[in-house]
Design a protein. Structure first.
Length: 293
């Protein structure tokens, strides 16, 4: 009988890729994707019933309230989803591998190329939620937290990734200001999913960083997208985080991923390298091309 894996947040950006690519990277697993319509993760009793019914052998927990602005506006709801539900699912999964998708937002952004042992000091509610949830998860030596930063992908309804947000803003007649002094290490969703399936297979629990090997400013990221998204041409404005208004955002969330890289069968790509190396059209830009193994 196939081993069973639960994927929470299956209707979200990364969760969709986990479910969609399971046959490619996790052929030995029977995958059960759970979206919000399937299960309210804040309903503890309902979660317990689902876990008893499926009897998972592993859980990959992608579900989150991840938009910084929403977390700032609704802090109690954010904590309920991001912290309390995560802690409960970790308890339900106490005897099996549990991989929690955390965030580089646990850092304040004053440094660069953060390593896993570096002190965390979040400056917004989302980052604080993720750090608190990590602490619950990592109490169990079977469990894992993986920090990611910025994910490029294609979602079912075109409203999940930062790339889709940019294109939607342009379609609505807006321009997009991108800071040249705010740095990230973005990674395609396809690469994130492949790496985490491999990490689950290796069974090396703990804390890991997962990001691209290139440290890019938001402005550089936007410029890299232009050949593939011509609708963005003439609509990107170079700006500075000094003029930012709204929830605090870390200036630099580049992550050192050497610890995880040593376990993987493939090289984690850089964002610019990824988009410039693509030659096939008609396939998802943010997933590995057919034939890649």
């Amino acid at each position: 009988m196939a081993t069973r894996a639960i994927i929470t947040g299956a209707a979200g950006l990364i969760g969709q890729y986990f479910v969609r690519n399971a046959s490619r990277w996790a052929s030995g697993w029977e995958v059960h994707g759970l979206s919000r319509s399937d299960l309210d993760l804040t309903d503890s009793s309902a979660a317990e019933r689902v876990w008893r019914a499926i009897k998972p052998d592993a859980v990959i927990h992608c579900a989150a309230m991840s938009r910084t602005k929403d977390c700032e506006q609704h802090p109690e709801l954010a904590r309920g989803i991001n912290v309390e539900a995560t802690a409960h699912l970790a308890r339900l999964s106490k005897d099996i591998p549990f991989i929690f998708l955390s965030s580089g937002e646990v850092f304040d952004g004053a440094g660069s190329w953060y390593r896993e042992p570096d002190p965390a000091d979040p400056i917004n509610i989302y980052g604080k939620n993720k750090l608190e949830a990590e602490q619950y998860v990592l109490q169990n030596p079977r469990h894992t937290a993986v920090r990611i930063v910025l994910t490029a992908g294609t979602s079912e309804h075109g409203n999940r990734s930062f790339v889709e947000d940019m294109c939607r803003a342009v379609r609505n007649g807006g321009n997009i200001t991108l800071y040249d002094d705010e740095f990230r290490c973005p990674l395609p969703a396809g690469a994130i999913v492949r790496a985490i399936w491999e990490l689950l297979d290796r069974y090396q629990p703990g804390l890991y960083h997962l990001g691209g090997c290139e440290r890019l400013s938001r402005w550089e990221i936007g410029q890299a997208l232009l050949p593939w998204y011509p609708e963005l041409r003439g609509r990107l404005i170079q700006g500075s985080s000094r003029d930012h208004q709204g929830a605090s955002r870390p200036a630099d969330l580049s992550l050192n991923c050497d610890k995880l890289q040593r376990l993987l069968s493939f090289q984690l790509p850089g964002f610019k390298s990824w988009v410039t190396s693509r030659t096939h059209t008609g396939t998802d830009l943010w997933d590995f091309e057919p034939g890649v193994s």
